[in-house]
Design a binder for this molecule. Structure first.
Ligand SMILES: *Cc1c(COP(=O)(O)O)cnc(C)c1O
Length: 422
């Protein structure tokens, strides 16, 4: 396609024409050819309440009637203040300050800059590197590419141009975790932290669920142990909750399952229920204190044009209100139970693993070839799926909006099953 519009992660020359959406409502995408598809992946996991939600629409319209945007440099407004207060109230105890960014990647860039500058401001400028997990994905901008999996096809191309960070193998899969695997994972992490403590600013992880690296779930005990080790070796702990935040793994934030408060935490995606791009970087009082001095040079030098955008903040506040009012955690529990009952038993010669946690289910196969054509196959049967592959495997997964009905989810699972059992 030689169109003016350039598509993501795509070889434009061979890209098949994308499906054309003319309307969307609830979990459904309505196409120009009259078809209706159940969106089983919530538009890259962000449309947590589904499309065209009347309450979210109303929050946007109401704010737009006042003002759509003002800068946060020297000006302030109620939606940004209220969202910061709300995020502090609902996030793990100890997180006390919120810096807004305009996307998930930017929220993580800010997390990295914060972590580096904490140590600079404390007089330890040598602590500026990061330790991350293999298979990690933290976004597409240059800073966060350096802490995403170094061998993953997505960013390999830029390897020589980015700062070189340190990596450690991810913990054992959730279903295979034993005291022995945990001990081995602990030893591996401790060895890295110990050896590199004098140059490490932070250890960065996607808690509980490594998303774009292959929908890899792991045991919260790993995070608990990581908190202890990071404290022991004087390394900050950063949680990237951009995919896991707002319920995806069964609790509002994945950190809750480990009963751990990170020093810095980034949110995005579901923050605005997918209505507008926005992100936020939260930090503890201790991190904030490193910037809170009489020296102007100690200030956090960051400020995206659209940070704290009033429309984004208004819709985020309404989304958080809905999350509790509509009992989303109970809905996520029902989605998990249904995925366990109907997806988890799926077996086939080409399937390597099936796993479920919260409102996420994944079928892993050995190679991308096995899933070639599944997107069209599913769309012909009324379901929107988008598998992806990494050098380690290929993944057909669902992460639906929480408003998906039992019948709709049954349909999604049936279509996934039908692809293998044809
Ligand atoms: C999607 C994602 C990001 C990047 O967010 P964008 O809004 O696409 O910039 C970062 N980290 C994780 C874990 C993600 O899933």
């Amino acid at each position: 396609m030689r169109t003016p519009l350039w598509f993501p992660y795509a070889q434009m020359k061979t890209l098949p024409p994308p499906l054309r959406v003319v309307h969307a409502e609830g979990t459904c995408l309505h196409l120009d050819d009259g078809r209706t598809l159940i969106d089983a992946i919530a538009s890259w996991w962000c449309m947590i309440h589904g499309y065209n939600h009347p309450a979210l629409n109303a929050a946007l319209t109401e704010q737009a009637g006042h003002f759509a945007h003002v800068m946060l440099g020297g000006l302030v407004h109620a939606p940004a203040e209220r969202l910061a207060e709300t995020l502090v109230r609902i996030s793990p105890p100890g997180l006390a300050h919120v810096f807004f960014g305009d996307s998930g990647s930017v929220a993580m860039e800010v997390a990295m800059k914060m972590a580096i500058q904490v140590w600079r401001n404390r007089g330890m400028p040598k602590k500026h590197r990061f330790l991350a997990l293999r298979r990690a994905y933290h976004g597409d901008t240059c800073g966060v590419m350096s802490i995403s999996d170094p061998d993953d096809g997505m960013h390999r191309l830029f390897a020589g141009l980015l700062p070189t960070q340190l990596f450690v193998d991810p913990p054992a899969p959730l279903a295979a975790t034993t005291p022995e695997t945990l001990a081995a994972d602990t030893a591996r992490l401790e060895s890295m932290l110990k050896t590199h403590a004098d140059e490490l600013a932070a250890f960065v992880v996607e808690p509980i669920l490594q998303g774009a690296g292959g929908i890899h779930f792991y045991d919260p005990a790993y995070l608990h142990m990581a908190r202890t080790l990071c404290d022991r070796y004087g390394v900050l702990l950063v949680f990237d909750e951009i995919a896991t935040g707002f319920g995806r793994t069964g609790t509002l934030f994945a950190a809750e399952q480990a009963q751990v408060t990170p020093d810095i935490m980034a949110v995005g995606k579901g923050l605005t229920a997918g209505y507008l791009g926005h992100g936020a970087t939260l930090c503890t009082e201790a991190v904030f204190d490193a910037f809170y001095t009489d020296n102007p040079e100690d200030a956090l030098m960051h400020g995206p044009t659209f940070m704290g955008n009033p429309l984004a903040c208004a819709v985020a506040l309404e989304s958080i209100r809905l999350f509790f009012e509509e009992g989303c955690l109970a809905r996520i529990g029902r989605i998990e139970a249904q995925l366990r009952a109907e997806l988890l038993p799926l077996r086939h010669a080409s399937i390597r693993d099936v796993r479920v946690k919260g409102a996420a289910g994944c079928v892993e196969v050995g190679e991308a070839k096995v899933l070639e054509g599944v997107q069209t196959f599913a769309a012909e049967r009324g379901v929107w799926l988008r598998p992806f592959s990494t050098p380690g495997g290929a993944y057909l997964y669902t992460m639906p909006p929480y408003c998906i009905t039992e019948e709709e989810l049954a349909r999604v699972i049936e279509v996934i099953r039908a692809w293998f059992v044809r």
